[in-house]
Ligand binder design. Structure first.
Ligand code: GLN
Length: 286
């Protein structure tokens, strides 16, 4: 089986399930993961022979894609901020918007040394690992309330050769996480907490709703800012003077968020747009 024949076959098989654009994304992901080919190589070598074992794996991937399982869970990995991160259904698949959050933090803080950073609700660990990799002088901590998530996060720190200290912790609890017997104070707190409203389900795809962890996505309809309230409280207790809280936010909740800041007498904050022009990141200065 040559690469060009394989690509034709993949397009035919998935035609009724996905758009042409989505199918090309799968083709790039599949041959990237299985044969370490980048996009240019995939297009430049139509006659490349695909080993029969690899083609067998592709066929099983196609069967899973037809059940709308996300390609990232099928392959068990995703590229985030130029790094390979392992993922499984106990963690949310890192999104491009979250790369923008990471990029803002690096840009705004790269000249500061000796920073202590904590990522709350780290999930796959993608934010903590990308920050540790790009801010090598910082000390990075991360928490999650799920053991399964911390297992994935630890694998990702090892895989990318960075040190992150992990701790099981629920941000809704009022006590602070303890690392090796001490409770550090931080210069930067970062979080991409759950923020999708149950009423937004209608706009979401099956791949997300059927496979990704609900508890990483949804908040109660009547308490949409529950995690941001907890993060502001945590920040007020655990940030060093001049410290900053950076969060990913629901594009539709910016004005609610501003009202919440006003109630808490928080005066200094900025809201950033993502590449699609949506309100996506907030920075609060304490
Ligand atoms: N942006 C994600 C989505 O649309 C949600 C991420 C989150 O809840 N923190 O599925």
């Amino acid at each position: 089986m040559t690469l060009s024949k394989a690509i034709e076959k993949i397009k035919q098989e998935l035609d009724l399930y996905y758009s042409v654009h989505e199918i090309w994304v799968f083709i790039h992901e599949i041959f990237g993961a299985l044969m370490s080919l980048d996009r240019a190589q995939i297009h430049a070598h139509p006659d490349l022979e695909i080993p029969s074992g690899t083609w067998k794996r592709v066929r099983s991937i196609l069967r899973e894609l037809k059940s709308y399982k996300p390609i990232q869970y099928i392959l068990g990995q995703v590229n985030f901020f130029g790094l390979t991160m392992r993922v499984n259904p106990s963690v949310l698949i890192p999104r491009p918007e979250t790369e923008e959050l990471v990029s803002i933090i690096i840009e705004e803080n790269k000249t500061r040394s000796g920073l202590k950073i904590i990522d709350i609700g780290t999930g796959s660990g993608c934010i903590a690992v990308a920050l540790a990799k790009n801010m090598p002088e910082a000390q990075v901590f991360a928490t999650d309330l799920k053991k399964g998530a911390l297992q994935v996060a630890k694998i990702n720190a090892n895989l990318n050769d960075v040190r992150v200290k992990y701790q099981l912790h629920d941000i809704i609890a009022t006590y602070s996480p303890v690392f090796n017997g001490s409770t550090p104070s931080y210069d930067i707190i970062v979080s991409n907490p759950p923020y999708v409203l149950p009423s937004q389900r209608r706009q979401m795809s099956r791949t997300v709703l059927d496979y990704e962890p609900e508890e990483a996505l949804f908040v109660p309809e009547n308490e949409p800012l529950i995690f941001y309230e907890a993060l502001c409280y945590f920040a007020s207790k655990n940030l060093n003077p001049g410290g900053k809280l950076y969060c990913e936010i629901n594009e539709d909740m910016a004005s609610e968020m501003i009202k919440m800041f006003q109630r808490r007498s928080i005066e200094s904050f900025s809201i950033y747009h993502d590449l699609s022009g949506k309100n996506r990141v907030v920075r609060v200065d304490f």
